[in-house]
Design a protein around this ligand. Structure first.
Ligand code: PEP
Length: 256
């Protein structure tokens, strides 16, 4: 994947059942335009992924798992592996703040999941971001660095091309308090700088970096103006077909 395409991922979290998801995708399919310069990805619950994989036009929507386990198979009751998701999803979200903070996932877990995704031909979307407290005490840069190298530790520069990074400040998620474009610019610059340090200029320039945190149809254009921002990971805005399609249109029209 190159950075010529904007990437818009809608994370539905634990919302919509099987039938509701199917109806919603039907509605989205009528509203969301297909554009060559935008890749639109839906991340429904695990339960609905297979049904939706049979329903969606893959030219219009790709699918993402919100989570998965890092082992490929075995005695892991209740888990679903990247191997099982292969062929159903094209992306896998890893290290979302809710996974880190509600389910206590560590950088060791994110690293294993990034590896599992790559091994199974699924593009990992590694989410990183600081809490309000970490920001207040000046630790943002350290947290972003630690979570980045924590997740990418075993990724080669060739594999890096498949990785997407989502900058998601925890304090901006799901509450309407989006980060300012300046905060996003500073953080995303720092992430790309860290990638350059780890992988060199060419590989780091090719990585898609998304912003996530209370993005709406009203503020999306402000972030899309930032040359380092390649799209969005959307929570709340992905559950409203009109809002979601408007954000896709803004990405299509963005000059970057
Ligand atoms: C998210 O959950 O990744 C997210 C960005 O949520 P919201 O858009 O609702 O802030």
């Amino acid at each position: 994947m190159t950075r010529d395409k904007k990437l818009i991922i809608g994370n539905w979290k634990m919302n919509l059942g099987v039938q509701e998801s199917s109806l919603y995708v039907h509605k989205l399919a009528e509203k969301v335009q297909i554009h060559r310069n935008v890749e639109v990805v839906l991340a429904p619950t695990m339960l609905t992924l297979q049904t939706l994989s049979l329903q969606v036009n893959f030219r219009q929507f790709k699918l993402a798992a919100q989570n998965f386990y890092w082992r490929d198979s075995g005695a892991f009751t209740g888990e679903v592996s990247a191997t099982q998701l292969r062929g159903i999803v094209q992306y896998g979200i890893i290290g979302h703040s809710e996974r880190r903070h509600v389910f206590h996932e560590t950088d060791k877990d994110t690293r294993a999941k990034v590896q599992a995704a790559i091994r199974n031909g699924i593009r990992p979307v590694l989410c990183i971001g600081e809490t309000a407290n970490e920001r207040a005490i000046g630790e943002t840069d350290d947290i972003l660095y630690d979570q980045l190298i924590g997740g990418l530790a075993n990724v080669t520069s060739e594999e890096l091309n498949e990785v997407v990074i989502a900058y998601e400040p925890v304090w901006a998620i799901g509450n309407g308090h989006s980060a300012s474009p300046l905060d996003v610019k500073t953080a995303v610059r720092a992430i790309r700088h860290n990638l350059k340090h780890l992988y060199g200029a060419k590989a780091s320039e090719a990585v898609q970096i998304l912003y996530g945190g209370s993005v709406t149809e009203h503020n999306a254009a402000d972030y899309l103006e930032l040359s380092d921002v390649d799209g969005f990971l959307l929570g709340g805005s992905s559950l409203d077909a009109k809002v979601f399609s408007e954000i896709v249109e803004k990405a299509h029209k963005s000059k970057n």
